[in-house]
Design a protein around this ligand. Structure first.
Ligand code: 5GP
Length: 206
């Protein structure tokens, strides 16, 4: 069976859960993939690079992109706009790649609605809220006020874990990376229904 359609892996979880570190750890071991770079209106943090971590834009630019229907999904998170551009995702999927998104729970719902049959979703979190607080504080990229808002948001997001197929508790980085690798490899095997129907047809004709 030809596999031209790629697949989608959605990662959600509080900022500070270690999503990017985990992806960086397994990136080379999961075959061809495309890590989607979101567009955001949030201010750039120390150590971040424009067009690498995010495409950082003004609110006006973001709104223009919404009007041009350029986003697969977008949402307001912690008071800032975040969105996933459709074009690079379509291209990567047509090249058969695994497209990885780091998006919030609203984004997961939207992606599931649009690309449900090729989407696998994982929620990643530190073991407890105190551990999350410690990580955010140690990262020292955010003010106390921002950390407080992120923790409040994390408490809300955690209530929606059941909307995800997998939960990874990032307590031990090696173990969590191993688990994510298995999930990413399984995600690749998801087939869109058209492909399955085609396979059944070819199988019967063969
Ligand atoms: P941060 O500001 O810490 O980089 O990200 C804050 C939150 O926004 C995280 O939960 C992250 O997953 C989410 N996020 C990042 N990009 C997108 C996006 O394109 N769409 C949605 N819906 N959420 C995003």
């Amino acid at each position: 069976m030809k596999n031209k359609t790629g697949a989608v892996l959605v990662l959600s979880g509080p900022s500070g859960a270690g999503k990017s570190s985990l992806v960086n750890k397994i990136f080379k071991e999961i075959g061809e993939c495309y890590f989607s770079i979101s567009t955001t209106t949030r201010p750039i943090r120390d150590g971040e690079k424009d067009n690498v971590d995010y495409h950082f834009v003004s609110e006006n630019e973001f709104k223009r992109e919404i009007e041009a229907d350029n986003f697969l999904e977008y949402a307001i998170v912690h008071g800032n706009y975040y969105g996933t551009s459709l074009k690079p995702v379509k291209e990567a999927l047509s090249e058969g790649k695994l497209v990885i998104f780091d998006i919030d729970v609203q984004g997961n719902t939207a992606v599931k609605n649009r690309l449900g049959d090729i989407t696998t979703s994982v929620f990643i979190t530190p073991p407890t809220i105190s551990e999350l607080k410690e990580r955010l504080t140690n990262r020292s990229t955010d003010s106390e006020d921002v950390i407080y808002r992120r923790l409040k948001m994390a408490k809300k997001e955690i209530q929606r874990i059941s909307e995800y197929e997998f939960l990874i508790i990032n307590d031990d980085l090696e173990k969590a990376a191993r688990e994510l690798k298995f999930v990413a490899m399984a995600a690749r095997l998801k087939k869109p229904s058209e492909e399955i129907n085609m396979f059944v047809q070819e199988w019967e004709d063969g």
